[in-house]
Design a binder for this molecule. Structure first.
Ligand SMILES: [Mg+2]
Length: 357
């Protein structure tokens, strides 16, 4: 590798994004640019997030600089070996490793002269995405749900917060269902429930006649005992997000049949590690696992890598890639085309991620 450039950026959000873990009005991210000695320049982006508060702009940038120094002057012959080495060295900075890995794949695909998604199987050319709704007042969430379905969104992921006054979440769910009765509703509880609270909430939703397609990360991160307890509740499939960062987490969840699926993110696990996690779920659930790909607050740079990964594999039931709609517009172009809920590869895609700054 000839060179690594690291740039810290602060992206503004169009409107604040709110989950059970807090409120975010800007995102301190890091953009990395790697140049391979044999040709090929790749971009990657590490995003800060409410779910990973320790991943600061300063810390992520320092970790990427260390990775740059480690691989300086070496020839990229075996990306799997480089990525394994990067995780071993900087595993405490998953977003940094993920960004560095994305940049390597972008550069490699450019060297090969193919879009990045083709290196990952080239399974499809377009994806229907999920829209996430911040946890707000019931009326506000209902308004947003109505607007979204009018614009063609079919999958709505509601952020809820079990720590709010009891019945708030029930009112939010009812308001969204009333405003968008045909929407397919996914819930992300972001670690805010207990098994008892979840049982009550689901009982009420059932009484209200509101179908819930799945529930993401209901309990505290890696609270395996709570997940075991929740097996008794049944009814709605549970997906792991914050809890599943690596293959050990995936194996543990699958061994106890604790989750029906997983939301993988490049910011948590990079590409190769995400693929390994998906395979563990896929095998354990014999092809019945519910597979989602998600994002943090990446601009087009980071999101394009997730888009190409998802297009290449073509194995996701849910594509929760919408951070480009949450951030205010940035100067980055290319990577993919957005048309409402749909994301597509351009007709004549450029090699790699095809980003232009
Ligand atoms: Mg989540």
């Amino acid at each position: 590798m000839a060179r690594t450039d690291v740039r810290r950026v602060r992206w503004a959000l169009g409107t604040p994004f709110v989950t059970a873990l807090g409120l975010k009005s800007h995102s301190d991210n890091v953009v990395v640019r790697v140049s391979l000695a044999g040709g090929g320049i790749g971009l990657g982006e590490a995003s800060s997030s409410l779910a990973m508060p320790g991943q600061t702009g300063l810390g992520m940038a320092a970790a990427i600089r260390r990775l740059g120094r480690r691989f300086q002057g070496r020839d990229l012959r075996d990306i799997e070996q480089w990525v394994a080495e990067a995780w071993a060295a900087e595993g405490a900075w998953p977003t940094a490793v993920g960004a560095f890995e994305s940049a390597l794949w972008d550069a490699l695909a450019q060297r090969e002269g193919v879009p990045l998604c083709d290196l990952w199987g080239g399974a499809c050319r377009e994806l229907e995405t999920v829209l996430s709704l911040s946890v707000l007042s019931p009326a506000h969430m209902g308004q947003r749900a109505r607007r979204a379905t009018r614009l063609g969104w079919r999958f709505l992921k509601l952020k809820l917060n079990g720590r709010d006054r009891q019945s708030q979440d029930r009112d939010r769910l009812r308001a969204v269902h009333r405003a968008a009765p045909r929407a397919r509703i996914l819930l992300d509880l972001n670690q805010s429930y207990t098994p008892e609270g979840l049982a009550d909430f689901l009982h009420q939703a059932k009484g209200d006649g509101i179908p819930i397609e799945l529930i993401e990360e209901p309990f505290a991160k890696r609270d395996w005992a709570a997940l075991k307890e929740a097996k008794k509740i049944g009814g709605v499939p549970l997906l792991g997000d914050e809890t599943i960062q690596n293959v050990d987490d995936a194996r543990r969840a699958c061994r106890g049949s604790l989750l029906r699926g997983v939301n993988v993110k490049l910011a948590k696990s990079g590409l190769l590690r995400s693929r390994a996690i998906l395979d563990i779920f896929d095998r354990a659930l014999k092809g019945r696992a519910l597979l989602m790909v998600g994002c943090m607050a990446e601009s087009r740079v980071g999101l394009a890598a997730a888009v190409h990964f998802a297009l290449g594999l073509g194995m996701f039931d849910y594509v929760d890639l919408d951070s480009d709609l949450i951030l205010s517009p940035t100067c980055v172009r290319g990577g993919y085309e957005r048309d409402g809920a749909w994301i597509r590869l351009p007709k004549n895609p450029s090699p790699g991620l095809g980003l232009h700054q």
